[in-house]
Write a protein of this length. Structure first.
Length: 276
């Protein structure tokens, strides 16, 4: 099966894309140069059409002598887990087993983020996946932490208690982040509608010393939280904040780079940068 999958991948290599992608994922396994849309098509065919047999065997058969050689093999495996665990008939135990098997394979931001964004299994078993991810969230390993944080961003932060996705605020104005009775009252309602919001902000309110990609994940998630929940996120950043200065400043930078906050908010945010 491994050789069969590798042969399929080799049919879709692009040297120009390979050279471009290699510069974006330093330290990753050797690249073949298969574009992401093509990888998604291959993954869907493996899961839905059984083009190389049972998709489960692709997951179970990794590691040891079957270790991935190419970047795209690991990326493809993550996509297969995402598509394969999406149907409701996949049990919590089975999906969690695949998650546990795959996390040690993640060694770069691209595989991490692609996998987390496709792992909609977490939408069905929120509490179970949340509890399972806690050791990874507080791990000392860079990509275990990044995986946990990006899962919070992609599968938890933007979903309400009915599993409906929140749209980003079109604009964030100063009135949205000021401490006052009106915003406090609205915040109570927001936290009831989005039960994981407080948990996520609490999990992010700490130092991230595991490495650049863990810090970037935390900063990105804080910035996304700000444009979705400006009042609650700013309360964290402005009061009793325990985030390390690099991650804190990077979060502020990403907020300012967003199109959502207006000019007044961006200038206000800029003035809160910590001098290092």
């Amino acid at each position: 099966m491994k050789e069969e999958i590798r042969a399929i991948l080799l049919q879709h290599t692009d040297d120009t894309y390979k050279e471009f992608s290699a510069s974006l994922v330093p330290g990753a396994k050797p690249l073949l140069g298969v574009r992401l849309p093509q990888l998604r098509t291959i993954a869907k065919d493996i899961v839905k059409k059984g083009t190389v047999g049972d998709w489960r065997d692709v997951i179970v058969g990794c590691g040891g002598e079957n270790e991935d050689i190419y970047f795209e093999e690991t990326m493809l495996r993550g996509m297969i887990i995402g598509y394969g665990t999406a149907p409701k008939e996949i049990s919590c135990k089975e999906g969690m087993d695949y998650l546990e098997r795959f996390i040690p394979q993640i060694d770069n931001w691209s595989v991490c983020d692609s996998f987390c964004n496709s792992f909609h299994f977490a939408n069905r078993y929120r509490d179970e996946v949340w509890e399972f991810m806690q050791p990874y969230l507080y791990s000392d390993k860079e990509f275990e932490v990044r995986t946990a944080v990006i899962l919070l961003l992609s599968q938890y932060l933007k979903y309400d208690k009915d599993n409906k996705k929140i749209p980003r605020n079109r604009y964030v104005k100063m009135e949205d982040i000021l401490l006052n009775a009106s915003n406090e009252k609205q915040s109570v309602s927001t936290k009831q509608k989005y039960p994981y919001l407080e948990k996520i902000l609490k999990a992010l309110n700490r130092e991230f010393k595991q490495g650049y990609y863990a810090q970037m994940a935390a900063a990105w998630t804080l910035a996304e939280s700000f444009v979705c929940f400006p009042y609650e996120t700013w309360r964290l950043l402005a009061e009793d904040c325990m985030i390390d200065s690099w991650t804190y400043n990077k979060a502020l930078q990403k907020i300012r780079e967003s199109r959502n906050p207006d000019k007044e908010v961006k200038e206000f945010i800029k003035n809160h940068k910590i001098s290092v």
